[in-house]
Ligand binder design. Sequence first.
Ligand code: SF4
Ligand code: SF4
Length: 220
Amino acid sequence: MPYVITRLCTNDGACVEVCPVACIHTRPGAPQFYIDPDVCIDCEQCEIVCPVDAIFKDEDVPAEYADSIDANASFFRQNKAVVGPVIFETAWQMVHRAHAYARSVGIAVAVAVVDEAGTPIAVGRMDGAPPRTTELAVSKAYTAAAFHLATADLASQARQPWLRSLLVAHRGRLLPAAGGLVIFEGITIIGAIGVAGGSATDQDVLCCQAAFSVLETGGH
Ligand code: SF4
Ligand code: SF4
């Protein structure tokens, strides 16, 4: 059961900061923030931090704010672009761009680009990168896609009970370690990228960021 933001919202954005799956959005001129019911994982963090008690679990929304349930859902129906996943050519260019960066700093990495469901589109392991890095890169990309969040942000929450339960439920596919980034088009997630093999975790992140230059040059 997802959470819902009601008309009581004062637009201060505090809940956005704590949402682990980045599913709280608004747009310029909108009267409030909204929660995407298809993405919310019911972790309760937003409800805890809201200074005006504007957030409720959908089954607990007071009768006078019942219309907010549809208002939250319809915001995303109207504003989420209908776009497909990262196309293969773009994904492949991103893999190569990340490899090029890795080569320039003297490391060998594996890179995976997945669709919004976490299914691999393009995966490439450089010569010299250990075999295991392929699986780690896919897991980081899968994790970023599943949580709609950079895996470095998730790493800091790895001890939270809600996350530990999810790690078990996903049978080892989730990897909350730095080196996975979400690929957005507007507010729509179209995929994610994961990198593994850097000798320091920030090297994996820098390889991901290098790959994003493909998108800036209109590669999708
Ligand atoms: S924390 Fe509460 S008041 Fe602030 S943006 Fe979120 S719902 Fe609105
Ligand atoms: S309950 Fe958790 S996942 Fe859902 S909107 Fe609030 S912070 Fe995000």
